[in-house]
Design a binder for this molecule. Structure first.
Ligand code: SF4
Length: 312
């Protein structure tokens, strides 16, 4: 299973010293800052797999003649997965090199400044693929205390399931099975169907009030799409809110007209997608998508780079 790690620093890069950070998001606390000591930031790989696709974006340019070089460190040595952001660039990536790691290896990201670059903050992401099918990992980092015995979980902080699929399994499997298939050429995976009744499950860091006042259009489209496939006008929509913790189930009821109007949109997207697959063309970034889709899209940095090349 492929998964994407994302991370970013809350403090500036150092313009003159080599520093380290975690490869993946660490939750809260000091793990998001750069450190001159790698052992304060590295994480232990729990399973064999491969890191690839290092993408880094800075808050601004390093300036003419200057650069920041980023590299995945494995067991204290730089790997071949590396990218350098120079001069007037604000982002770059290494999508050519794969780095195999084994369970027990330690990994971090290292940044090396050259020629006193302009101070910036950085965001980065990696792809990780475990050697074992369907295996994914949770891997944060934490800042160890040197003056006392401390205990922490693998991510350094209290952590719930980071992966929606795992959470769905825990919450929904006791009451019903998921349903997968293809309907009018569109693949689907409903979270659970209980005695013929559709149950869609989400977890979110969005607040209850915001969800109620500004229901995410993506959730709406997905839910109504599944209702169309099931041929129902009613469904249950359950949301687990993280902060503050809350579990709410809405009974959703729509008209046939609402369902059909939404389905027209879904089918339009299917046709667009098929057209590009058939022609082999790559869709122009930020042209065919809905705005909300870019917000948390793991490919956003790539699209930003492509759009910048086209001068958009
Ligand atoms: S960022 Fe993602 S959703 Fe937005 S255009 Fe690029 S690929 Fe599509």
């Amino acid at each position: 299973m492929k998964q994407v790690f994302v991370n970013g620093s809350i403090n500036d890069l150092n313009a003159s010293s080599v520093e380290y950070n975690g490869v993946s998001f660490s939750g809260l606390g000091t793990g998001l800052t750069w450190s001159g000591t790698e052992s304060f930031r590295y994480a232990v790989v729990p399973t064999d797999g491969t890191f690839r696709n290092l993408i880094v974006e800075l808050s601004g340019t390093p300036g003419a003649g200057n650069s920041y070089a980023f590299v995945l460190m494995v067991n204290g040595s730089p790997s071949t997965l590396t990218t350098t952001i120079s001069d007037s660039e604000t982002s770059d990536s290494d999508q050519a090199n794969d780095v195999a790691v084994s369970a027990g290896d330690i990994v971090s990201i290292r940044v090396t400044p050259t020629s006193t670059p302009t101070v910036q903050t950085a965001k980065w992401s990696f792809e990780f693929e475990g050697d074992t099918a369907n295996e994914s990992i949770i891997m944060g980092n934490f800042s160890p205390q040197t003056n006392a015995i401390r205990y922490g979980n693998p991510s350094g902080k209290t952590q719930m399931f980071a992966i929606g699929v795992a959470l769905e399994d825990v919450m929904l499997r006791p009451i019903g099975d998921s349903k997968t298939g293809t309907f009018e050429g569109i693949q689907f995976e409903m979270d659970a169907v209980v005695d013929g009744e559709l149950v869609e499950f989400k977890s979110t860091r969005m607040g209850v009030k915001r969800m109620t006042n500004d229901f995410p259009i993506g959730y709406y489209r997905q839910l109504l799409g599944y209702m169309k496939m099931q041929g129902v006008l009613r469904a249950k929509f359950t949301v687990m809110f993280i902060i503050p913790a809350e579990l709410i189930t809405w009974e959703v009821e729509v008209t046939q007209e609402e369902l059909d109007r939404n389905w027209e949109w879904v089918v339009g997207r299917r046709d667009l997608r098929n057209r590009f697959v058939e022609t082999g063309e790559i869709p122009q970034p930020f042209t065919f998508n809905e705005d909300y889709e870019c917000k948390d899209c793991p490919f956003k940095m790539l699209c930003d780079i492509e759009a910048a090349k086209d001068g958009n």
